[in-house]
Design a binder for this molecule. Structure first.
Ligand code: SF4
Length: 442
């Protein structure tokens, strides 16, 4: 049975869906949205999968541009609304423990650096820093509080079972001592700059109040937003350090070293150059730093000519990104990245060409499969006819209460191939507590 999605523009209520975001990257609702008269709806072809599609955002960011460029379909389906599924924005995300860990380290650094800067401490080794950290409850308490915030975001997520949530809480709770060490390592080599009162200061300007945009004084500014209005680009710099002759931009990276991190820093240099509110004197970005857990990597700041080139390139990229999002059927770019795509269960292009046949998957390999449920085979097993190969596959299930809709097409995300040594030709797969089953409706 086919599973092609269908596009149409029904007479829906006048509900606009521009630019709402997944937690990972936030962009405000798009001005462009107002130009369109009709919202778009897309039936992804799975149960509860009717999507109300977004328009391009008012502002692009480095990560959202990268995402739309790698696959416009993923960008759009990730940010669509699914009113039959839940009442939050975007397609619910399966938790990625590595991403949550990165967010916890980032968030903890933000809390601590802000407190240190506010107290005028130049490093965690300063005498006053001890009192600041004590007031915060210590590194561990900060990390635990940020982790709790991250986990609370999973509340109400229909894709996470209570068992999975419990396991996640336990695993991440046990990781907190490691997070504490990582946070300390970053902070131990960080030298903050004192703020020179009056320099670039607006009379009475507060310390980096969220949501307020004003000139950056000399000193350190954690989590500072920079905006290039004309380019419709923005970014949040982990640490902006301003001196009389220019700024140093530091980005904390919790993963491995990657050349694309340099591109991101160069984009921040452009934003700093273009942001007339935060940088009214057009001070140069004199140093860029990718700060990894074990070392800082300096990145050469772009020259004026390089900034001009970058500006032109980014203007072209945002125009292309706008056009890609507005496509009637945003392009699906199937590739290796699909295996980690959060919306692959909804993507007909992926199920048409991106999934393997069970016979080609090695023993214990994880894969995604689609098939028609033929019959129950045993207390904990079912037979599916695989859509792509047309062959019958025995599907083992974790417990007797696990049932499948007989006669229906289903997509199984995260099936595990099993080769029986006594019957090597038999096509067998297992669903586990981490697998997800979607019912195909079209
Ligand atoms: S599965 Fe692949 S092609 Fe489909 S939306 Fe995701 S990344 Fe794009």
């Amino acid at each position: 049975m086919g599973c092609q999605g269908a596009w149409w523009r029904p007479g829906l209520p006048d509900r606009r869906h521009g630019g709402h975001e997944e937690p990972a990257s936030r962009e405000p609702a798009g001005a462009a949205v107002a130009e369109l008269s009709e919202p778009r709806t897309y039936d992804t072809g799975v149960e509860h999968g009717q999507a109300l599609l977004p328009e391009p955002p008012e502002m692009w960011s480095y990560s959202s541009l990268k995402e739309v460029e790698s696959c416009p379909r993923r960008y759009v389906l990730s940010r669509a609304d699914y009113p039959d599924l839940w009442d939050k924005h975007g397609y619910p995300r399966l938790p990625n423990p590595a991403a949550i860990k990165g967010d916890v380290v980032h968030g903890s650094l933000e809390v601590i650096v802000k407190a240190l800067v506010k107290a005028g401490c130049l490093s965690t080794r300063a005498a006053d820093a001890v009192a600041v950290l004590r007031d915060l409850g210590g590194y561990t308490a900060v990390a635990e509080a940020v982790l709790d915030e991250q986990l609370a975001r999973l509340d109400g997520n229909p894709r996470i079972s209570p068992g999975r949530r419990e396991q996640l809480n336990r695993t991440l709770g046990e990781w907190v001592p490691e997070a504490r060490e990582q946070i300390q390592t970053y902070l131990n080599r960080m030298e903050l700059r004192s703020r020179a009162a009056g320099t670039h200061a607006v009379e009475g300007a507060p310390l980096d109040r969220p949501g307020k945009r004003y000139p950056a004084m000399e000193g350190d500014h954690p989590e500072r937003e920079l905006v290039a209005e004309a380019l419709r680009l923005k970014g949040r710099v982990d640490l902006l350090s301003v001196e009389a002759d220019g700024a140093t931009i530091t980005d904390f990276k919790t993963g491995g070293e990657d050349p694309t991190h340099h591109d991101q820093l160069r984009l921040y240099a452009l934003l700093w150059n273009e942001d007339g509110e935060v940088n009214p004197d057009t001070l140069p970005a004199k140093a860029l730093v990718a700060a990894y857990p074990s070392r800082d990597v300096p990145v050469t700041a772009p020259t004026a000519a390089e900034l001009a080139d970058l500006r032109g390139a980014l203007a072209a990229r945002t125009a292309d990104a706008d056009a890609a999002v507005r496509e009637e059927l945003p392009l699906a770019l199937v590739g290796e990245h699909c295996g980690l795509c959060n919306v692959r269960g909804l993507c007909d292009a992926y199920w048409g060409t991106g999934t393997p046949n069970t016979a080609d998957v090695p023993d214990s390999g994880w894969y995604d499969m689609q098939g028609t449920v033929v019959r129950q085979h045993g207390v904990k097993s079912w037979v599916l006819r695989e859509t792509r190969s047309g062959k019958e596959v025995l599907l083992r299930t974790p417990n007797p209460s696990f049932t499948l809709p007989a006669g229906q097409d289903v997509r199984i995300l995260g099936a595990k191939r099993t080769v029986d040594p006594d019957e090597e030709e038999a096509l067998i797969a297992s669903v586990t507590s981490a697998s997800e089953v979607l019912t195909v409706t079209v």
